[in-house]
Design a binder for this molecule. Structure first.
Ligand SMILES: [Zn+2]
Length: 240
């Protein structure tokens, strides 16, 4: 890891001094042949540990639900080794797996195996990823009193959010595509406050989630993140 990040401020906590650099999207999400040019950010020890734990869980579990072709190769070639190192997680996945009838891309129902999934860990990791990207693209640190909120949305929810959140004017818009579509994102920054940003992510081509069956349009799960003053989120939450 490059020394250039050492001594810079860590964007994940906006507080402590970085000890090393961090791949904002962990290398393990990608096949070894698709890891070129991944964005990096400085990180302190504490945030690095916290993020690594989330990444360990998610690089093991996410390929099971991914629809991108690389997710199946990752599942076959790299996940068994990760599960071998984590017996407890392996047992938990086996104990919780069930056979569900789910629609494929054409809407035809097929039996498939679903595993239990801690969605809040995905949302936690993406809230960290967003802090990394805000720094990577704009060198902005989220100040005290600013927060990130991340939600998993269905395809239908994504269209709704796109209309509401991405339509207004923005100071800047950015996008990224890493590992030939393994991770795709778009971000926009507000005109009047560099700390107000909105993001959407597709991971492994959208993750299959079976909570909202049988509506086939609910199949593709995406993530939406927003950053902004904590007070704004508090108000939204109270009204919801
Ligand atoms: Zn930190």
């Amino acid at each position: 890891m490059s020394k250039k990040f050492k001594g810079q401020r860590c964007p994940y906590c906006s507080e402590r001094e970085a000890v090393t650099g961090d791949h904002i999207f962990a290398r393990e999400f990608f096949l070894p042949s698709a890891r070129a040019n991944l964005p990096q950010a400085p990180t302190c020890d504490k945030c690095n540990n916290e993020k690594s734990k989330l990444e360990h869980y998610l690089t093991t579990v996410l390929p099971f639900g991914g629809r991108h072709a690389d997710a199946s190769v990752n599942l076959a070639s790299m996940v068994p080794k990760r599960l071998g190192k984590n017996v407890r997680l392996h047992r938990r996945l086996i104990a919780g797996q069930q056979i569900v009838s789910a629609p494929d891309k054409e809407g035809k129902f097929e039996e498939t195996i679903a595993i239990p999934f801690e969605g809040e860990k995905l949302e936690q990791l993406f809230s960290m990823i967003v802090r990394g990207l805000v720094w990577h693209h704009w060198r902005v640190y989220l100040a005290d009193g600013y927060a990130v909120q991340t939600h998993t949305v269905t395809t239908h929810g994504l269209h709704l959010c796109e209309n509401l959140l991405f339509r207004p004017n923005a100071r800047d818009r950015v996008q990224g595509n890493h590992g030939n579509g393994t991770f795709i994102y778009e971000g926009a920054q507000a005109i009047d406050d560099p700390g107000i940003t909105v993001w959407k992510f597709a991971v492994y081509g959208g993750l299959a989630s079976y909570e909202d069956l049988p509506a086939p349009e609910s199949l593709g799960s995406h993530l939406i993140s927003m950053t902004g003053p904590l007070a704004a989120f508090a108000r939204v939450n109270r009204e919801a």
